[in-house]
Design a binder for this molecule. Structure first.
Ligand SMILES: [Zn+2]
Length: 159
């Protein structure tokens, strides 16, 4: 079985440390999370025992995932680290372990298998719609209403 890709939320939830399976993460995520278990040397142990590998996705896949995020409306909520995790899972055609709603939503929109950390899973897959409470209009990918300048509210349009 192919290794799973871990995003930052998977590390914060302690999944890689509790799991016997081999995982992969990107260098940008590793930089972000390596401090969390530093005192115990747990990150070093994962690397030394080959239970964790670090690999970065192709820039072409980062671009593809970034443009997909703009289409689903997840882009504003995703960091470079989040994008890198989705791009790596996409590149390796493997599942993504995440606890982050926006990361999960984007990955599922790309047809990836997502392993949620929460036991009930993330069932809502769809598209973020931004709407203006004043004009009662919906916009995709806008933060402020193009008509009246109000900050737009957000809701998830389910498929
Ligand atoms: Zn408006």
């Amino acid at each position: 079985m192919a290794s799973s890709v871990y995003d930052a939320s998977a590390f914060y939830a302690g999944i890689p440390f509790a799991s016997p399976v081999h995982g992969i993460t990107t260098s940008i995520i590793f930089e972000e999370i390596k401090h969390i278990k530093k005192s115990h040397g747990a990150m070093d142990t994962l690397l030394e025992t080959d239970r964790l590998r670090i690999q970065d996705p192709d820039s072409a896949n980062i671009e593809l995932v970034t443009s997909a995020a703009k289409k689903t409306g997840d882009a504003q909520k995703l960091s470079k680290a989040d994008i890198s995790a989705v791009a790596l899972a996409y590149e390796l055609k493997t599942n993504l372990v995440t606890d982050d709603f926006a990361v999960s939503n984007l990955a599922k929109n790309l047809g990836l298998q997502v392993t949620p950390i929460m036991t009930n899973g993330i069932k809502d897959v769809g598209k973020w719609i931004h709407y203006c409470a004043g004009c009662k209009k919906e916009f995709v990918g806008e933060e402020f209403c193009p008509n009246c300048g109000n900050k737009l509210n957000r809701k998830l349009l389910k498929r």
